[in-house]
Design a protein around this ligand. Sequence first.
Ligand SMILES: N[C@@H](CCC(=O)N[C@@H](CS)C(=O)NCC(=O)O)C(=O)O
Length: 243
Amino acid sequence: MKTWHWHLISCFEEAEKTTYPGEVRVELIVGDYNYSSWSMRGWLAVRASGKPFNTIVIALREADTAARIAQYSPSGKVPCLVDGDLAIWDSLAIAEYCAELAPSLWPTDARVRAVARAVSAEMHSGFSALRTHMSMNIRKDYSGHGRTPEVLEDIARIEAIWQDCRQRFGAAGPYLFGTWSIADIMYAPVCMRFVTYGVAPAGFAGDYAGDYLRSVLSHPHVQEWLAASRAESHAIAAYDAYD
Ligand SMILES: N[C@@H](CCC(=O)N[C@@H](CS)C(=O)NCC(=O)O)C(=O)O
């Protein structure tokens, strides 16, 4: 059976929704708010696009998880955006689709946009030590855990990215490229990990990384996701690795 979670945004304020003839339903399939970092990225991108959507949450690591995801996602992974008869799996592809709808999700200057894409792709394809040893777990306090030498290298690289982007491109606002962009969306789950694992970003001159972390955490869309994760009760023992 499907679990429906209706977000109280724009036109989706009713608890039940009827599909009218010709209406295109837009659904984002995600995993647990607490654990699914790729889902958080996809959700933040769709949320920032302004497109009305509803969220379908599929609890991960349950006997029926694979079958439920397969109803929507050809890759068997979440997030997956279903826009009418179009399915878009993979967080970065979803983010790119959202940027087609809301071009301000990438910087306007082509050269700056290329850097924003580079740091987003670096997150999407890298930082495997951080992802393994500091998996996203919003409800926990795992301060001090997970700091292998490889994880510390990942953290140092992330801090360098944040400092570089803030210094070179961040003048127009508090985010990596000034205004809220896909690059911030890609790093938002990293910010959550820094909180859970008590990683205080190194104090660069002007505390770029620390200021940036606080800005991301207080973004209204991030706050919405955090509230949803706190309201959720499903727990996955395998992911609560440091209990
Ligand atoms: N590269 C993919 C990764 C997606 C991914 O690995 N999603 C995980 C959850 S965070 C998943 O769907 N796992 C399936 C499962 O646990 O059954 C993306 O960016 O969307």
